[in-house]
Design a binder for this molecule. Structure first.
Ligand code: SF4
Ligand code: SF4
Length: 316
């Protein structure tokens, strides 16, 4: 089988598994420029309390090492869209609407990991001695940079990967393999003169187009560091924020039947939960309410702090 045939088979398989976009990048060419930007980000302390980013920084420059996959030749970059249609979203319970869209349903790692593992098994069967490592947030990886290099999309002024035809509400995963496959061509940036995301950000978290200071971002303030005091206007955001994506014209791409958004529908528990309950910080209640949900990451005290902020913002 030629490398081009193997690539076609992988694309077909990835589509069958439910991935909405697939791209290929040469793995043994290191991410020099992106890594330099990442180092500058860490040196400036913009990672805030996310110490794991600084600790694992050296591992993010390359993937062809024992840490990821010795002898890696290709990164297969995968995107799974989580955006739902406006009609579908309209029925979400009020509490779920205070939560970033990716986090309203079950923890996405569960179903995404199954798909990416299945694709890695398929790649291994494409030849003798083929090795393939599935990755879904397990290892430090500059996954947005790899996705851009793989031609999956381009990084917009909001700092997110935008997949034309699918938008930016996508989850990323990778299969890294020692199989050499024809790489795709990176896409040029297509924001043009648009600045909607920068203008829409409630906390002015962008230092410049493409340059986010996470310490000012509501996603950071409600998920990673909910206990950090902030003067920023967090408003009615309980967990995460979609504002810089909601306004992006690329997210007007219609949701199609091939986009399986069912796992991202709100968990039933959000219909029976109030902000006041979450604001109480009650540990057993938090454990029951966030079972299988990404909101567990904030912790009972952290989620309570965010719920209290929302309640205060409603009173003011
Ligand atoms: S997620 Fe919200 S707070 Fe963060 S940069 Fe985007 S609009 Fe600003
Ligand atoms: S809102 Fe405009 S500037 Fe921002 S990412 Fe989308 S297209 Fe680019």
């Amino acid at each position: 089988m030629t490398a081009a045939d193997a690539k076609t088979k992988i694309i077909d398989r990835a589509r069958t598994l439910g991935f909405d976009a697939v791209g290929f990048a040469q793995a043994d060419e290191h991410l020099t420029e992106d890594y330099a930007r990442f180092q500058a980000f860490i040196a400036a302390g913009k990672h805030g309390v996310m110490n794991y980013l600084a600790e694992s920084a050296p591992a993010r420059e390359r993937v062809d090492t024992p840490l990821i996959l010795d002898g890696a030749k290709t990164v297969i970059s995968l995107a799974r869209r989580y955006q739902r249609s406006p009609e579908d979203e309209a029925a979400d319970p009020p509490l779920a609407k205070l939560v970033a869209r990716y986090a309203r349903g079950q923890d996405y790692h569960n179903h995404l990991r199954k798909k990416v593992r299945s694709l890695a098994r398929f790649v291994r069967m494409l030849g003798e001695d083929v090795r393939a490592r599935p990755l879904c947030d397990e290892e430090p990886l500059l996954e947005r940079a790899w996705a851009a290099r793989a031609g999956l999309g381009f990084v917009g002024k909001n700092g997110l990967l935008i997949v034309p035809g699918q938008g930016s509400m996508v989850l990323l995963a990778e299969v890294v393999t020692n199989l050499a496959l024809p790489p795709d061509v990176p896409m040029t940036e297509r924001c043009g003169s648009c600045t909607r995301c920068l203008d829409a950000c409630p906390t002015q978290a962008f230092d410049a187009p493409f340059v986010l200071d996470p310490r000012k971002c509501i996603a950071y303030l409600t998920i990673e560091a909910p206990l950090v005091e902030t003067s920023s206007e967090v408003g009615e955001h309980l967990f995460g924020c979609d504002d810089c994506q909601t306004v992006c014209p690329y997210n007007r791409a219609p949701v199609t039947r091939t986009n399986d958004a069912k796992p991202f529908r709100p968990l039933p528990v959000w219909s029976e939960t109030t902000l006041e309950q979450l604001a109480s910080g009650d540990e057993p209640l938090f454990a029951a309410k966030t079972k299988g949900s990404p909101l567990r990451r904030a912790g009972a005290v952290g989620l309570a702090r965010s719920a209290q902020r929302v309640l205060r913002s409603r009173q003011s």
